[in-house]
Design a protein around this ligand. Structure first.
Ligand code: ZN
Length: 467
């Protein structure tokens, strides 16, 4: 009887094994698998079918296709909570930097349906917030191309306009936006009452506000007070450029707000210079600045540092400007903090932009993990995967299947060489792809193989509430 049972068990196991072999679309073989949720850091084989991870095992697997990951690290695909523009071109750049899901949450959009429709059939996964900035621009008919340049920046909204802004944001939430975006320095005339209304919607709808705060300690206090009064969840974007010399102090303030029970999180990008559009209200303060302060601005097309005269000239022409207001130690404080996620703030317009668009994630892995040893590989990966997934999971249940490697999770994976990975882009040449990001898989489909884009596929899916 026992013998019969054993034979039966063996038969079932063989059956199951052959079933697995038949159904696996893709096997990632012999890689070092890192999962920040379970803490797994071991040699494993990963089996993928129908866009999902089916098994992670030390047993050999066979599938219709195999990627040899010997000597490489396999991690969940990187999730970028802060990526602007989002075109087919930026998706190609970001995929080569290991990003499998890109969100535009700071600026967001005023037209959620249109934004998603324009990105159907993309290379990587994508998602958006309903943005206070573009909602204000739509209601106040601001002609700015990316950021407000007229009324939406400089005029207080009437009560009727505030009402329409609020309606537009609520409508965006109903249409499946994953959060609310805001940028106080881009809308300096928005009153505290208007901003409070925006935070109230977030609290009511259980979404986070992804805010570009006004600079320094006072800017952080303002945002934390809004969050505390309304009990809205708050995500402070790029603490490195918001904080500059006060970055450490501001990280401590965020830690103490969290210990008081506030749902506040933050992110950083690993570069000492920022970038924005020269015409935005964010740069108004440079109009009467000293020569020394103006020289912090660089016109990337020529590499020249600006003067009163050239600032005026280029403000009329318009375009991206590099802002050298940070130092490497301040950036390191932000990147190394256990509080920060890594988010690129990718900025690309008319064929040029900031090198963070193409190199953020490989730069952290190369410069902070391997060279500087200030971050462990597991901590860096957690900042790029699990933490951003968790930030959105309360509002977006689909994020519970991203940012981790386990059976049932979405098959978004980034496979890189920890000994070689490094960014190559510079402010003068921002479009250079990194090295060492070997293979990138989106919903089970390779989009990067052997550090080259795989043509033809468009496996990216919308990440949207209710879809
Ligand atoms: Zn941004």
């Amino acid at each position: 009887m026992r013998k019969l049972a054993r034979i039966l068990l063996i038969a079932i196991a063989a059956c199951y094994a052959s079933l697995t072999a038949q159904t696996l679309d893709l096997v990632i073989a012999d890689g070092r698998v890192l999962d920040p949720e379970s803490g797994l850091d071991a040699m494993r084989n990963i089996g993928i079918s129908n866009g999902r991870i089916v098994t992670i095992t030390s047993d050999p697997l066979t599938g219709r296709a195999t990627i040899d990951a010997a000597g490489l690290v396999t991690s969940p695909g990187f999730i970028d909570l802060h990526a602007h523009q989002q075109t087919a071109e930026t998706y190609r750049y970001q995929a080569r930097d290991g990003v499998t899901t890109a969100f535009e949450l700071e600026l967001g959009t005023s037209d959620v349906d249109g934004w998603y429709a324009a990105r159907a059939g993309s290379l990587i996964n994508y998602g958006v917030s309903i943005g206070h900035i573009p909602a204000r621009m739509a209601v106040m008919r601001d002609p700015g191309r990316i950021f407000p340049t007229a009324d939406a920046a400089h005029r207080a909204a009437s009560p009727a306009e505030v009402k329409r802004i609020v309606q537009l944001i609520e409508d965006g939430i109903r249409k499946g936006a994953v959060s609310i975006g805001a940028g106080f320095p881009y809308t300096p005339a928005a009153t505290r009452e208007e901003l409070t209304e925006v935070f109230r919607i977030a609290a009511r709808e259980h979404v986070s506000v992804h805010a570009h705060i006004r600079g320094g300690v006072a800017g952080l206090d303002e945002a934390l007070k809004l969050a505390e009064e309304t009990r809205a969840a708050l995500h402070i974007v790029h603490i490195n450029s918001a904080g500059t010399s006060a970055t450490r102090e501001m990280l401590e303030t965020i830690a103490s707000a969290r210990s008081r029970g506030l749902d506040v999180t933050t992110e950083a990008y690993p570069y000492a210079a920022g970038m924005t559009e020269i015409q935005s209200a964010n740069l108004d303060s440079y109009q009467n600045a000293t020569e020394q302060r103006l020289a912090l601005l660089e016109w990337p097309k020529t590499g020249e540092r600006l003067t009163a005269e050239s600032f005026k000239k280029y403000r009329q022409i318009g375009g991206p400007v590099v802002i050298h207001t940070n130092t490497e130690p301040m950036v390191a404080a932000a990147v190394n903090s256990p509080l920060t996620m890594i988010a690129s703030d990718s900025y690309w317009d008319n064929g040029t932009g900031h090198p963070r668009t193409t190199g953020t994630f490989s730069r952290v892995l190369g410069r902070y993990v391997r060279e500087g040893r200030s971050l462990t590989l597991m901590d860096a990966i957690r900042k790029m995967t699990l933490m951003p997934a968790e930030r959105l999971a309360a509002r977006v249940p689909a994020m519970k299947a991203k940012g981790r490697l386990r059976a049932g999770a979405d098959a978004d994976l980034t496979i890189f060489d920890p000994a070689r990975v490094i960014d190559r882009s510079t402010y003068r040449e921002p479009g250079l792809p990194p090295v060492g990001i070997r293979h990138v898989i989106v919903n089970g489909v390779p989009v990067v193989r052997d550090e080259r884009l795989v043509g033809g596929g468009a496996p990216g899916r919308a990440v949207r509430v209710g879809s």
